[in-house]
Design a protein around this ligand. Structure first.
Ligand code: ADP
Ligand code: ASP
Ligand code: MG
Length: 404
């Protein structure tokens, strides 16, 4: 007997037939003698629709009310799946975030899970009941529903697995595992049998949407064994695990891309101490995350500083720069048509030349690199968005990742 958490994403619960299919999958695990807790996303498209409603009422709306609206998608699917399970003779009960409770911080719209009180769920699971938990939501210190940021049901699942001391956390989605790159844009992408927490964390934070970044952080911290697999096939999935469980380590294990980038350049900023602090301080105060940064060497006492922010933050970032910056500059330029493409692999720690292969491959395709950033296990470049697919495919081939 094992205790498992099963999570089903939006496509997997996209309509009534699919919810019934999920109920059958859950029943199989129960009949194997396992204790099972389930968590679900909203039906695919529903969260987008709910976000859109909020924006139509007011483009800049109150985050608490946004949470009240967008959390409803998961309430619907948790109830429907509980009914579908009951119809199959499985003893099931739905749970909203506040009922468990899933306690979060006060960052409405992108709240962090602080604690899950798992005792009551464990008690019920031991009696053979299947809790069906609404993903993506918890309750904040103000006693109001808070949501966990887009893709947050993954984090609900992993946090639940940690709180319930589950043996594993199975994330069911619409692809049968984590691939070397997005299988929807590179047909020859290969499924990874195993991937390290560290690589998965880099992949997720660099744009691989198959797992929310925070769910991987949480899995790494609590050593939760996460498996990514398809709700539409029986194919074996991908295990996210420790590095020492992986025998054959590849130099490069994946290529990620993120279209959620915008580039800002401040032209002719004076080259003296305090300038970077004077620019990035006000942006941090406004809660705007800055990602890649480049600064040129100065020729005449001035220099250009280029950096990237999330696309959704571009308007606010430009406003902060215009209103709050005390650092003098000549002009601002901004560009939304950029993409960040990254090559990730733990093998990079011990091998030189990975970055050079990337630069040469892009050069051969005539793709200009605008900004570069590196860490121990990844190299990222910012390029024009139009070249996303060309770049990802060419790199996939260059690092020998294409399936035979
Ligand atoms: P869910 O609704 O189940 O949470 P998501 O849409 O959030 O599903 O995540 C699954 C999607 O992630 C896949 O449909 C796929 O297009 C995308 N994806 C991007 N990169 C990868 C990758 N390297 N491996 C697998 N899937 C990826
Ligand atoms: N329904 C939420 C979203 O679309 C959470 C999730 O699916 O993980 O972002
Ligand atoms: Mg998702």
């Amino acid at each position: 007997m094992a205790r498992i958490v099963m999570k089903f994403g939006g496509t997997s619960v996209g309509d009534i037939a699919r919810i019934k299919n999920v109920a059958r999958k859950v029943k199989v695990e129960v009949e194997r003698g396992n204790q099972v807790a389930v968590t679900v996303s909203a039906m695919s498209g529903v969260t987008n629709q709910l976000v859109e409603y909020c924006t139509q009422v007011a483009p800049l709306h109150d985050a608490r009310e946004y949470d009240t609206v967008v959390a409803t998608g998961e309430q619907v699917t948790s109830g429907l799946l509980a009914i579908a399970l009951q119809e199959l003779g499985v003893n099931a009960r739905s749970w909203q975030g506040w009922q468990i409770p899933v306690i979060t911080d006060d960052a409405h719209g992108k709240a962090r899970i602080m604690e899950i009180k798992g005792a009551e769920l464990i008690r019920r699971m031991e009696q053979g009941e299947v809790p069906v938990v609404a993903g993506f939501q918890g309750v904040g210190p103000d006693n109001r529903t808070a949501t966990l940021g887009r893709g947050g049901s993954d984090t609900t699942a992993v946090a639940l697995a940690a709180a319930l001391k589950a043996d594993r956390c199975d994330i069911y989605t619409d692809v049968d595992g984590v691939y070397t790159t997005d299988p929807r844009i590179v047909k020859s992408a290969k499924k990874l049998e195993k991937v390290t927490y560290e690589e998965m964390l880099e992949m997720a934070s660099l744009g691989t949407k198959v797992l929310q970044t925070r769910s991987v952080e949480m899995a790494m911290k609590h050593r939760v064994r996460v498996q990514v697999l398809s709700s539409f096939s029986e194919a074996p999935g991908t295990l996210v695990c420790d590095e020492d469980e992986i025998v054959e380590k590849e130099l490069v294990s994946g290529i990620a891309y993120s279209r959620d980038e915008a580039k800002i350049t401040l032209v002719s900023v004076s080259d003296q101490p305090g300038v970077a602090a004077g620019i990035f301080g006000p942006l941090a105060d406004a809660n705007i995350n800055v990602d890649m940064i480049v600064q040129n060497v100065s020729q005449d006492g001035t220099t250009d500083i280029t950096f990237t922010v999330g696309k959704a933050d571009l308007g606010r970032a430009l406003k902060v720069i215009k209103d709050k910056l005390h650092v003098p500059y000549k002009t601002i330029r901004s560009d939304k048509n950029v993409v960040k493409v990254s090559v990730i692999g733990v093998g990079m720690r011990s091998h030189a030349g990975v970055a050079q292969t990337m630069f040469k491959t892009l050069a051969d395709k005539g793709i200009n690199i605008q900004v570069i950033s590196t860490s121990e296990i990844k190299v990222s470049v910012l390029i024009a968005e139009d070249y996303t697919e060309l770049a990802v495919r060419a790199l996939h081939t260059a690092y020998g990742l294409d399936a035979a």
